[in-house]
Design a protein. Sequence first.
Length: 202
Amino acid sequence: MRLILMGAPGSGKGTFAKFLSKEFSIPHLSTGQIVRQEIQTQSELGKLAELYAKRGHLVEDSLMLQIVEGRLKQEPTQGGFIFDGFPRTLSQATGLQQILRQQNQALNLVISLVVDEKIRDGRAMASHEIQFGGIDYQHAKVQYEQFSGPVQRFYRQLGLLVEANVSGSLEQNLETIRDKVTKFASQPVLQGAAFERKVYSV
């Protein structure tokens, strides 16, 4: 099972990804954490990512894709994975599809987390998560609003996107997401020529 959780800052992506990772025994791939690890180990890619972090900028798409591709080769992902907060842009989304295809893998489901803005703000403040991906919360919200639309349209055209309203309690929200995963994640994924037509018609 290969999943993506996408949603605005404060929507609970990381929390839900951790629960699903444990429940389905698949790796939780948080790109924020992956980038921090690359920086800490001072890998070649990490040194480049650090330049963006020091300026308060998000890592640019081609570099992020290289980092993700490297991690997918390291992690035991043939049985599945959960991405939390990635891809962020349309370029990252199309790049990820190509990386997965080269590795004979394909996404099963992309869940877009829908949460009222006031609830998102409250969650972020309550957890003291004032930074998301190296940028402040308000800036992160603006970034998400700017880039999320094309990414959602891309995955909707691929037949992979479903929405999950997660404005309730933690237990209610987890049950909502479980229902989506159970219902949709086992469906056949696009491969071969059908995949190519979908990707390049966006």
